[in-house]
Structures are given as structure tokens and as C-alpha cells.
Design a protein around this ligand. Structure first.
Ligand SMILES: C[S@@+](CC[C@H](N)C(=O)[O-])C[C@H]1O[C@@H](n2cnc3c(N)ncnc32)[C@H](O)[C@@H]1O
Length: 249
């Protein structure tokens, strides 16, 4: 059968207004949507569209299922929140292609970008990522905790602003507390920390605190945490936070 394709699409941080027209068009043309349950549920049901919901821990199985359907001629969209290339499904699909049967390499695959959580959060706060920055996933499901700590320490040493994804879950409540302790050991107490929860949804909450006041309970799995660089500051007389674009040597 011919005409099948696979789009790996980012649904943005939550609001419909932040879904790109390109992603909406792919969803309108799809026969199948595949993804983690809450993301698939963000796609409205319609006749001719089958929604395949799966648990979060089965990314590779989900990717293989999507590839099998595309190979069989279906028009498949794999959905992620935010951007599909940021701690999400795009890498899982390519890993499945790399390990899978030869014929999968000929599948028409496209990655459709979305607005990732750190950019949505940064926009709400002002411009905290206005200079060099990095993103670190605090989940230790897919990497050991000592790698996370090392990367965090080196990012602080390089004076980057840092976006922390997956800061805290019920399964790993202690990791983020350890990250805060590490930051306290190498940053000044007034370093700005932005806790951004459920950005662009009705539950959105934004909080900016100095490192000295930061507590692990301020984040959950719906939060992204932005750690300022040493230059990140408040704009006097406003609620905005920004990082100047210029660093003097
Ligand atoms: C598995 S990662 C997926 C990231 C996603 N691909 C992206 O680009 O935003 C899930 C993490 O993204 C962050 N996140 C996703 N949506 C968010 C939102 N609306 N507000 C704040 N953080 C969000 C949280 O850190 C959450 O634990």
C-alpha cells in the first residue's frame, strides 16, 4: 500500500493558540494519532481518525507501532507536548528506525516543531534565556543521577542560564532537592529561579524567587524551572526578568 507517512508533531505547551498551523494541518490529514494518553486527548476526536493512547514508559513500542502503521499506508501523527525533539518522541522514532527493519528507512517521516516548555515559560517571565543557556532533563529514568549532577555543575561553571525539565515526580521526589542543594553550593543566594507551572493552560502559575528561598516543593512534573545565570536580573519597577545579551569579558 502507498501514501503512508509519519509526522512527529509538537502540540506546544498547552494552549490551542500555541499549536502551529503546520501541526493542525497534519492532524487534519491523519488517519491515526499515537502518543502518551494526555497528549492524544488534546486531539479532538473525528470520524476517520483513530486515537492510540499509550502509557508514558513505552516510547519505543509506541514508535514501532507508528512506523508499522505508516509502512502499511496509514497517515500517522505521533504527538508530543511542546517540541517533539526536546525530551520527547522524535528521538524515540529515529532510534526505532535505526534498530528496525530495512524497509522503515524508506518511510516518509517529517518532524513538525512545536513551542517547547522553556520558551513558553521564558516568554511569560520576560527574557531570562536572552543570553547563552542550556536545557537539562532531571529525570533519571534514562540516565544516571551522577551524569545529571555533573552536567548541572558544569553548566553553572559556564555561567549558562539553565532550563530544568521533569524537575520532580512522586517517583523521584528527592532529585530536585539535591539539585537545589548543588546550586546552593556553587551559586550566590540571590541567583534568580523561575518556577513555571502548566504554562499556557488555565492552571498556569509563575513564581520568581532567589535561590535562597527556592524549595523543592515549588516544582512538580508540570513545571519547568529556569535557573538564571549570574547576570539574570529583574527589570526594576516591573515583574519582568531578563538576561542581558552582552557579556563583558
Ligand atoms: C517529557 S518532558 C516533554 C517536554 C516537551 N517535549 C517540550 O518540548 O516542552 C515533560 C516536561 O516538560 C515540561 N513541561 C511541559 N509542558 C509544560 C508546561 N505547559 N508548563 C511548564 N512545563 C512544562 C515539564 O518540565 C515536564 O515535566
Amino acid at each position: 500500500m502507498h501514501g503512508g507517512w509519519l509526522a512527529i508533531a509538537g502540540l506546544g505547551p498547552g494552549s490551542e493558540a500555541l499549536v502551529t498551523p503546520e501541526v493542525s494541518a497534519a492532524l487534519a490529514a491523519a488517519t491515526d494519532v499515537v502518543g502518551y494518553i494526555p497528549y492524544v486527548r488534546r486531539v479532538s476526536p473525528r470520524s476517520g481518525l483513530t486515537r492510540h493512547e499509550s502509557d508514558n514508559r513505552v516510547e519505543l513500542d509506541r514508535a514501532r507501532h507508528a512506523l508499522e502503521m505508516a509502512q502499511a499506508g496509514r497517515r500517522v501523527v505521533v504527538v508530543s507536548s511542546g517540541d517533539p525533539g526536546v525530551f520527547a518522541m522524535a528521538a524515540a522514532v529515529f532510534e526505532a528506525v535505526e534498530e528496525g527493519p530495512e524497509e522503515w528507512r524508506g518511510i516518509d517521516i517529517r518532524v513538525l516543531p512545536g513551542i517547547t516548555a522553556m520558551l513558553a515559560a521564558a516568554a511569560r517571565a520576560g527574557a531570562p534565556l536572552g543570553h547563552d543557556f542550556c536545557a537539562i532533563n532531571l529525570s533519571d529514568n534514562l540516565k544516571p543521577w551522577d551524569v545529571i549532577e555533573r552536567r548541572l555543575r558544569l553548566a553553572v561553571e559556564a555561567d549558562l542560564a539553565i532550563a530544568l525539565y521533569n524537575p520532580r515526580s512522586q517517583a523521584r521526589p528527592e532529585g530536585f532537592g539535591r539539585a537545589i542543594a548543588l546550586l546552593r553550593s556553587c551559586c550566590e543566594p540571590n541567583r534568580l529561579i523561575i518556577f513555571a507551572r502548566a504554562v499556557s493552560t488555565p492552571e498556569e502559575a509563575l513564581r520568581v524567587v532567589p535561590l535562597a528561598a527556592a524549595r523543592a516543593e515549588m516544582a512538580d512534573m508540570r513545571s519547568v524551572v529556569l535557573i538564571g545565570s549570574s547576570a539574570t536580573r529583574r527589570v526594576p519597577g516591573t515583574s519582568f526578568v531578563y538576561t542581558p545579551r552582552k557579556v563583558t569579558g
